[in-house]
Design a binder for this molecule. Sequence first.
Ligand code: PEP
Ligand code: MG
Length: 324
Amino acid sequence: KEQMYAEIRGQPSLTRDGAPISIQLNCGMILDLPHLKASGAEGIGLYRTEIPFMVRSSYPDVHTQTDLYARIMDEAGDKPVVFRTLDVGGDKVLPYMAAGNEENPALGWRAVRIGLDHPSLLRQQLRSLLRAAAGRPLSVMFPMIAEVAEFDAARRLLELELKRLETQELEPPSRLRVGAMLEVPSLLWQLPSLLPRIDFLSVGSNDLTQYLFAADRGNPRTATRYDPLSPAMLCVLRRLVDACAHAKVPLSICGEMAGRPLDAMALIGVGFRTLSMSPPSVGPVKTMLRSLDVAALREYMAGLFNVGDHSVRDKLRSFAKDHG
Ligand code: PEP
Ligand code: MG
């Protein structure tokens, strides 16, 4: 691990023409934490909290969850961690949770939908996160938000837990940031009301492409039917960058595309400056961006948003070749 990161860790995360790119990690296990220091990543842009829930035989209680989240924060030290609330259901079924058979699990009872229907579950998780963060900063992110009303409902549960903390005279977090994942396309049409409500937005491009193209992310037969580097997806991403810049809301992306060098290049070209990826991607992505001329890429990409191609991947690949 040390060797894997030794070369890139010390190099600044800047493009060739000087644009700073924040590289963050996607993690889901306490064992992933050493990568944070070793890779030189600036923080954890996505902590998937569901893994400890999936390996147990029953729902972990508040005490267990609090200990776990506190350990993660301890390990991360000064680097920020974005905790995503429970994202189970769909294909990630908990053995102790009666899910019932769903015809379309990806469109079914999953993620924040479960938490909103069973508020005690989500409240226990939020309570644990608040307790673990006593006196230190906390960032919480809700997955699969499909409309502003869902974000408001989730946020209300957090407010209830904050009140509870106060009643119990427990120390609150030193700073609380609340964000949403953008992975359900309906939310794209509510940005004017969403953005003033949130402290940050993170694109879950794995699910966003699945829902945008109506193509199962896990089905090999539909895998060639869509490409995140399609004109449609790039238009969506550009629109998000513009809307967030206008509203001054920090935007990041934590789907797998952020960790693939060519896709990451396109994301930077569209205007993303914060990319969250799995640890092995840090080296390849950082190497790519340090040789990237963003101004030239932006100019090149301006002609790619309205083409009729299935994908502009080949075009972006030849840009990358021509520009070292
Ligand atoms: C995503 O959908 O892009 C995402 C980051 O979440 P997950 O892969 O855990 O669904
Ligand atoms: Mg997702």
